[in-house]
Design a protein around this ligand. Sequence first.
Ligand SMILES: N[C@H](CCC[C@H](N)C(=O)O)C(=O)O
Length: 287
Amino acid sequence: MKLKFTKMHGAGNDFVVIDGVNQHIDFTPAQWKLLGDRRFGVGADQILLVEKPTEAGCDFRYRIFNADGGEVEQCGNGSRAFVKFVSEKGLTDQRSITVQTKAGVIAPRLEADGSITVDMGAPILEPGRVPFDAEGLQGEPQGRDTLWPLVLELGGARESVLISAVSMGNPHAVQVVDDVDAAPVELTGPLIEHHVRFPNRVNAGFMQIIDRQHVKLRVFERGVGETLACGTGACAAAVAGIRRGLLDSPVRIDARGGQLSISWDGEGQPVWLTGPAVTVFEGEIEI
Ligand SMILES: N[C@H](CCC[C@H](N)C(=O)O)C(=O)O
């Protein structure tokens, strides 16, 4: 079929966005993977499919597919691209919308200065609901957080890293490192992503604390690899740092592809993500 799409990015995290309201889309995981392939398709970290809602009170439904073709629960940078897309395409004249996602309802808002703020909902902090299997592990309490030792098999050696387990609807394992540019993201990122204690796999965050309201962050994303920015990863990193008593809200997050801002007032409260969204080009592909 001929498929119209829009290429967008949020702080360098890049997307193929598809209007599923005016086009009927019923792809297999292999077709989603092909569309996201940088050699044979358009190429993207994630594909975002905009649809009519099936839940009362929502303006849209938004489905997210990683580059490996897997459908996932949430995408923070994608939610900003999404609200810009539906506004630019005339699918809504509202600047603030409620959106049904696999992880629940989120509320992105177009700000007057062109930035976008998203209510990402409250983080999920119980290990079993991340989901993270902490059975038999001796966690280290730090502030309101618990640091879990994750044993990684590095060739013949075994290395233990201390992680915080946080869900923003999608799972994150966040660790603090001294120097994010020197962190072994390509080496340990895949080992953490596929670790047996994360039954749904996990996004692996590496956070360097610059001061109590400023961090540098790299994320090895589940189903993709390292991206230039990860919105839910930024939320999870800020939540983990605040709970550990290392950060104060709001937190400036320097990702490799741009800057995000996270606000969070504590357990049970929503995490607010603010950042940019850019439309790169429109296209059409036979797929
Ligand atoms: N790779 C993530 C989905 C996209 C998240 C990221 N691109 C964001 O901006 O939140 C996962 O498998 O949970």
